[in-house]
Design a protein around this ligand. Structure first.
Ligand code: F6R
Length: 608
């Protein structure tokens, strides 16, 4: 959600800024801009629309002189996408240029205050308030002025600032929204995320809340708002550079779908030693775990859907009550949570604003926080009592696939681990679950080999107006994800329903030709779901049935069947999600949608 880059060094800044912004396109944006110091003044170039428009305007950056600059891709929150609302924003005097990710919550009050004192505004954004405040409070000391301005604003921010009076430095500061500093040789960078700088350097600092970085080409100094120097550890990123490249695939999403067997293995293998699950990273003791009276799971979007799967799985195997909430609801519902509650927070980015706020809310009641996170060192990881990382590698496509799968992998590891502690699973079940878990990546591979079957079905069905996903229990949890995946990348209206719930209202929407995707992977509920299939078929629905290999009779009831290999019941979602991802992917592809960057969506939602 918004991308920030900054460059200071000996090379021309603008091409560096554009190349960094290109790597951040996945975050979602609707306009882009750069500001470069040309030796005399701060030159700003910005344009609504794709980065290419900006790039063409400045000849790939070659037309812009200067070795210090900041750039931005904006995902509109305050003010429509337009040239004027794009960042960077200049202060009225032209002395300060600012790029911002986040939301300044009290900007209206601040703006009114400045307008009453004669300050002119040129955009509708909350960000411009920061540029104008910097002018307004400027004392000649840039750092003092930045600290003063920060004391005036409420909200979330990652900021990159250049000041004409000291153009040989970039100031970077953050609260809530992520920002990293890339460390080069006689050149340094700022960025919202690692892919922007990975080609240039693998050594980074992660800025923490209200740390201010003063960056020159040869030095990075970090201070807090009391101006005390902060010593930080350099983090070395050891991702393979190909992890952040498409590597011959048409889209990141397809690449990430195909990477799932590896991501799943990378997540489970380091935690299996001598046929036992070992969580070296967890401080939670078995005694502590036994003292919990309930588990609450909080997350957003697809991560929430993992939580819905986890609720079924944990309750079935651990026999502990589990609540699952979308984070934006949990944080405002005065939840009943205390030190006898384990709160599991799930997030790929580790920066989702609502999830982070829900974590803090739960923590304030004394709950123990265990998070499942992909991005190492992210805010959610840092603020949790325990963190279990999903080793999915960078996920670039907006629609999550491999992060979802690896989050599920961690849920299964935790299930077996906690079940062993509580004694709710026997030794025989332990062995069975563990061996099934190890086979999941091979079985995902097997499903991926049959992707053309799903592609064929998608080619018959890609022009639907509405698509319904139905299933019971874990199949229902999975229907939620199948439906979300489809709607976010193909823009087809879709809903997921607990199959038994259809006849309480929604079945009235089924008419001739309506597509229903029926998930019937669970042995004990197969017949029940089939009866719902018969209900929708008799009202004219076209049905794609998804079941396990041992149910070929499904073909008598549905128009098209897709089979997944068998595994133990609780792990079926890891297999059944693959055809659903592929279906969404092929439908979106046939519709010509921009799959990696769906409209209106951002990869990491760092504002409420
Ligand atoms: C959907 C998707 C989103 C995220 C959600 C939470 O494909 O990716 O629904 O799952 O925004 O994001 P994280 O996991 O980063 O907290």
């Amino acid at each position: 959600m918004c991308g920030i880059v900054g460059y200071i060094g000996y090379e021309q800044a603008a091409p560096n800024l554009l190349s960094g912004l290109e790597k951040l396109e996945y975050r979602g944006y609707d306009s882009a801009g750069v500001c470069v110091y040309d030796g005399e003044k701060l030159n700003v170039f910005k344009a609504k629309g794709k980065l290419k428009i900006l790039s063409d305007m400045i000849d790939g950056g070659k037309a812009v002189k200067g070795t210090v600059g900041i750039g931005h891709t904006r995902w509109a929150t305050h003010g429509e996408p337009s040239d004027a609302n794009s960042h960077p924003h200049l202060s009225d005097s032209g002395k300060f240029a600012v790029v911002h990710n986040g939301i300044i919550e009290n900007y209206i009050k601040l703006k009114d205050h400045l307008i009453r004192r004669g300050v002119k505004f040129y955009s509708e954004t909350d960000t411009e308030v920061i540029a104008q405040l910097l002018d307004y409070y400027y004392t000649g000391d840039i750092i003092d002025t930045v600290i003063k301005v920060l004391s005036k604003v409420n909200g979330s921010y990652a900021l990159g600032i250049i000041c004409l009076d000291n153009p040989d430095q970039i100031i970077a500061v953050r609260k809530e929204s992520p920002l990293i500093i890339g460390l080069g040789k006689n050149e340094n960078y700022i960025a919202s995320d690692i892919p922007a700088i990975l080609e240039k350097t693998r050594d980074i600092y992660r800025l923490d809340a209200d740390e201010i970085a003063i960056i020159t080409s040869s030095d990075v100094k970090i201070i807090n708002t009391d101006k005390d120097e902060v010593k930080k550890e350099v983090q070395h990123i050891n991702w393979d550079i190909s992890a952040a490249e498409k590597g011959g695939y048409e889209t990141f999403m397809f690449k990430e779908i195909m990477e799932q067997p590896k991501a799943f293995r990378d997540t489970i293998n380091p935690r299996i030693k001598d046929n036992r699950i070992v969580f070296d990273e967890i401080n939670l003791t078995p005694e502590q775990f036994k003292s919990f009276k309930k588990i609450c799971i909080v997350a957003c979007g697809s991560a929430y859907h993992v939580g819905v799967v986890a609720k079924y799985v944990f309750e079935q195997t651990l026999r502990i009550p589990v609540e699952v909430d979308v984070a934006s609801e949990f944080r405002y519902r005065n939840p009943i949570v205390d030190d006898k509650t384990l709160v599991i927070v799930i997030s790929q980015s580790g920066e989702t604003a609502d999830t982070l706020a829900a974590l803090r809310e739960a923590k304030s009641y004394g709950a123990y926080i265990l998070s499942i996170v992909n991005v190492v060192g992210s805010a959610i990881a840092n603020e949790s009592d325990d963190v279990v990382y999903t080793w999915a590698g960078p996920e670039i496509a907006v629609a999550t696939t491999k992060a979802y799968s690896t989050q599920l992998a961690v849920v299964y590891l935790l299930t077996i681990y906690f079940g062993d502690i509580l004694g709710t699973i026997s030794e025989t079940e332990y062995k069975k679950y563990l061996s099934e878990l190890r086979l999941i990546p091979d079985k995902i591979e097997q499903i991926l080999k049959n992707k053309e079957d799903i592609q064929y079905f998608a080619s018959q069905q890609f022009d639907n107006r509405d698509i319904f996903f139905i299933g019971r229990n874990l199949d229902y949890a999975l229907s939620l994800e199948g439906s979300l995946k489809l709607k976010e990348i193909s823009y087809i209206h879709s809903e997921a329903y607990a199959a038994g719930e259809l006849k309480h209202g929604t079945i009235s929407l089924i008419e001739d030709g309506t597509l229903v995707v029926a998930l019937a992977t669970h042995e004990n509920l197969f017949e029940k779901t089939m009866s719902n299939v018969v209900e929708v078929k008799s009202r004219g629905a076209v049905v794609l049935g998804l079941t396990c290999e041992n149910h070929p009779e499904i073909e008598k009831s549905v128009d098209f069947a897709f089979y997944i290999p068998k595994t133990c019941d609780i792990m079926l979602p890891s297999l059944a999600v693959i055809p659903l991802q592929l279906f969404a992917y092929y439908v979106a592809s046939l519709k010509g949608c921009d799959i990696d960057k769906p409209r209106n969506l951002a990869k990491s939602v760092t504002v409420e």
